[in-house]
Design a protein around this ligand. Sequence first.
Ligand code: G1P
Length: 291
Amino acid sequence: MKIRKAVFPVAGLGTRVLPATKAMPKEMLTIVDRPLIQYVVDEAREAGIEHFVFVTGRNKGAIEDHFDRQFELDETLKARGKKAEIDLLAQFQPEAGAMSFTRQQAPLGLGHAVWCARDIVGDEPFAVVLPDELVLNTPGVLKQMIEAAEKLGPKSNVVAVEAVPEDMTHNYGICGVGKRSGNTFEIDGMVEKPPKGTAPSNLSITGRYILQPEIFNILETQERGAGNEIQLTDGMKKLAESQKFYGLEFAGERHDCGSRAGFLRANIAFGMKRADLRDGLRAEMKKYLES
Ligand code: G1P
């Protein structure tokens, strides 16, 4: 199953990390030296994605600018002979025509955001990637999912899942678990943000999906669910009546960068992965831990 397009819902207001996100998109928050959105675009590229679809909203212009050429900056770097920086920027630049931007005009929920991409995605399977969830691993989660989907056969839908503590299940979409095979399983029911004590398992839906295009017709008439929003999980539950859904327990450590604690942790985890920063960071942390 060839997955060529990935949808990045980036219209969210980022209320969990105010005031950082008052004037700046939460997707532009920086982990070490690059914005969240850069990590997930790179993850998609590693997985073979060729077209990047951003569902944006008001005040999200910085995301579009981030993936554009910065003529003045390029010229200045060139004039100053800053080859390493020129190469770094070129490496992050998607090809011309490989990105599309559309707007979710009102905050009606994740299901509605994905539906906004229907004309750009068209009639082919596609990925959905939520930028505030970062996973530290090579290969990335999306690559692991596409490889799994290839083995699971045509018209399969795949959702990345991770076990969370029982008292956290009400914060996520949760999957019921059917037949298992290695690190994948048939999904047996899905519920968005189940009330405490009612979750069918502790396997939470993380921000990575491979979906068949039939989801769009369902989302078009999907009623509001948890939080009075149009939920992607509810749409998937309906699609699961006619198509297979699988959960993949991926390899890698997940960081929820939309929360303050998760964002700080991700900065440390990603910083410690960087050969140029690791030793200095370790010494600094030691100092703070001992004080
Ligand atoms: C969304 C999804 C939820 C999923 C979560 C992962 O919820 O609706 O199923 O578990 O992302 O981050 P949100 O975090 O937007 O409330």
